[in-house]
Each structure stands twice: as C-alpha cells, then as structure tokens.
Design a protein around this ligand. Structure first.
Ligand SMILES: [Fe+2]
Length: 243
C-alpha cells in the first residue's frame, strides 16, 4: 500500500493543493496527516475541509491543540499568538470540533503516527537533531518499528538502535524490518530547510520504503492572502525563503 504522509500544512491552501495534485499523479492508496492543520496561513477552514475527507488518519498538532483550548499558548511569541487568535475567529465551528477530536498519536501494527516525539506525545517534543533522536534510545523497547513525525518542518530519517541513533540523509530509503526508525516528513505549508517548496512523503508499506518529495506552489497567492487578512507580514515573507 502506498501512503501519502503530510504534515504542518499551517492553513496554506495553495501549498496543499499543489501537493494533492502531485499525489493524484503518484497514485497513492491513502492519506495520513500528522497535524498542524492551522496556524500561520490564511485558509484554516478550507485546509481542514479538504483534509478531513481525504485522510483516514489524522493527528493533533500543537497549533491544532492551541486552537481547541487543549494547550496553553500564552508562551508562544507575539506574532504566533496573534495568528492563533485570528484563526480561532476565522474557523467554522465544525472545523474546530474536527480538530478537537484528533488523537495525539495512533498506532497501526508496527507503525506509529504522531506530531512530535512519540514519548509523551501531548508534550510535543521535537525530534530533528541527532541528540534528540539519541534521546529516544532509552525508550527503544517502546518504540514501534517506524515512527512518522512532523512538527520540526524538516525532513529527517533516524535509525534507532538499543544503544545509539544514526541520521540517514537520502531522498529515498528502504527500511529494514529488523531495525527501528523515526521519519520526519517535512512541512507542506511552511518548510524551514531553506527550500520553499512544499514537502511530503510517500510511504510504501509493503516495501517499507519512504520517498521524499518537494513541489513548487503559488507562494505569491498564499503570501498575499496572509497580508490581506491583516496577519503579520513575517509569515508571508518567510514562505519565500523557506525558513
Ligand atoms: Fe508546525
């Protein structure tokens, strides 16, 4: 089965449409979303409406939790808080209800879908450095064979052993059944690796293979909507740099 794994859309409808258009041509069997549907972008309701019908599995992100009142966002920096408050007002009630019912993680056989670290998923710890991945070593026995994560907006593969972790830097990778992995799938709507193109993953569960994809999208349009909505300009300009 070929599974599209997307994350961190952040209300960027143009990026999501470009990703879904490419995925249509890549022939996938199902869609999984690892959370952060909203925050930063100008189309929270539209993004949720598209994904809620496409994804059979969807996970709660920290921005989603903040919108639903399941997480205190007082400690967020000013601009991020401003967008969250705007998003709360801009979103239809049923979209907010959809977010509020999302689980913090889901396990399917030997696979775990989660937004941040699989350890204490509601705390949304990051896994994007080798040091953070090495921190999972002491939880080795509780890790599933493959853990898919979002949250960092970066693309990473970590191989986790009982006593150490390794980072693997490739665009396509076949995972061995006898080993454990954490795969960070990157961000659709706000990449932070200085490549502004939308990022996502296709996972072939039969072959245990991940393929990382990038797709350009209409950044001008997404940025213009952010500015027209009166949201901080910073969230528009950073789309161009992918940072
Ligand atoms: Fe995010």
């Amino acid at each position: 089965m070929r599974i599209a794994v997307i994350s961190d859309i952040h209300a960027n409808l143009e990026a999501l449409q470009a990703v879904l258009s490419l995925l249509g041509r890549l022939r996938v069997d199902r869609y999984v979303c690892l959370g952060d549907f909203v925050g930063y972008g100008a189309n929270p309701g539209e993004v949720i409406n598209l994904l809620r019908v496409m994804c059979d599995t969807a996970i709660m992100g920290n921005h989603d939790a903040a919108i639903c009142g399941q997480m205190n966002f007082d400690h967020y920096y000013g601009e991020a808080r401003e967008v969250l408050l705007w998003t709360k007002e801009a979103m239809p009630d049923d979209a907010r209800r959809y977010l509020s019912e999302l689980p913090y993680f889901r396990v399917e056989g030997d696979i775990c879908w989660v937004h941040g670290s699989p350890v204490d998923p509601a705390d949304f710890h990051y896994v994007y450095t080798l040091e953070q991945a090495s921190g999972l070593v002491r939880h080795y026995d509780n890790l599933k064979s493959i853990t898919f994560v979002g949250h960092s907006h970066l693309r990473r593969i970590y191989e986790i052993y009982p006593d150490h972790a390794l980072e693997i830097n490739v665009d396509n990778f076949t995972m061995q059944e006898s080993r454990k992995y954490v795969v960070a799938v990157g961000s659709v709507g706000q990449p932070r690796d200085y490549d502004p193109r939308a990022a996502f993953v296709v996972f072939d569960s039969g072959e245990r293979r991940v393929e990382f994809y990038r797709v350009p999208y209409d950044i001008d349009k997404a940025a213009e909507k952010i500015i027209n909505a009166g949201l901080p300009e910073f969230f528009a300009s950073r789309l161009y740099s992918g940072s």
